[in-house]
Design a protein around this ligand. Sequence first.
Ligand code: FAD
Length: 316
Amino acid sequence: MKVIEHLTRRTEPLFSYEIVPPPRGRTVQDVIDMVSLLKPLNPPWIDVTAHASEAYYHEKDDGSIERKIYKKRPGTIGICGIIQNRFGIDTVAHLLSLGFTKEETEDALIELNYLGIQNILALRGDGPNYKKVVSKDRSMNHHADELVSQIVDMNNGKFLEDISDCQPFNFCIGVAGYPEKHFEAPNLKIDILNLKKKVDAGADYIATQMFFDNQKYFDFVDECRSNGITVPIIPGIKILKSESQLTNLPKNFYINLPDELVENIHKNPTHAREIGKQWAEKQVIELLEHNVPCVHFYIMNDTHSVVDIVKKCQKL
Ligand code: FAD
């Protein structure tokens, strides 16, 4: 079922989860174990992140340095297929525009459609240390709104090449939103205008970046609404578990952490997991009181605290 259908048919609060494919060298058993723990919580859907190729440097025996380009975490499509078909839980496959040609994107969407996956989170991704070389006969989407347009075209039966007799797809499309603005945007207003381009291109819903101060989310939703964005905006929550995350999360995700949370963890670093859990629980309760459509957890493969929080909040 589509995310948007889950949202409109819901009779109780929804809690969804985002997982990351295991790194190279690990097996899908990691995912199976994690989803087995989430399954009793009745997830409406699980997101599976996507990862572009990056350049890595490897020192050979003769001392020379070799540059290798590969994906550290391949397998988004396969993992979505396993979760959906083995556990009967809907999945949202993340798709990136950077690092993929439109032709590769079309093939990925065809595969997802074969597997019965109906939901895509359309993202630009980041251009880290490797830029894909694109041959002249290939084209790329740049910003996420272009990727949304490509998916909408396929939903209308329009493929890159004119293929007679092709079936239109029926993907539900989500896009990313940033309550504290995207790091490249000069200000929140411009970022929201760019977000509107994604919605105008055909996005059905917005999933937000993690935030630790609910007021940031409430203000963001108000700002989106006053700019004519009417689609559901799903809040993203991350449960802190260690003192090192106080510097890592702001650095990697360009978000702020409230003073109170930072001070509490600095005072009691050995209790970081418990403090993070209590903070997230407070956030979730307040979001539910504001009738959010769903709470989305960035579990990043740590199911520890989320299971306790959701079990408690499902009873509210
Ligand atoms: P865009 O919407 O293209 O925006 C990027 C920047 O460009 C913004 O500053 C925006 O204001 C601006 N912009 C947007 N459209 C235009 C336009 N038409 N013209 C000019 N400027 C424009 N990354 C991964 O690699 N894998 C994942 O699985 C993943 N999942 C994510 C899930 C969520 C919910 C979120 C919030 C982020 C996720 N990311 C993921 C991170 C994301 O890829 C990065 O934040 C990336 O830098 C921006 O992606 P975007 O889709 O928001 O890009």
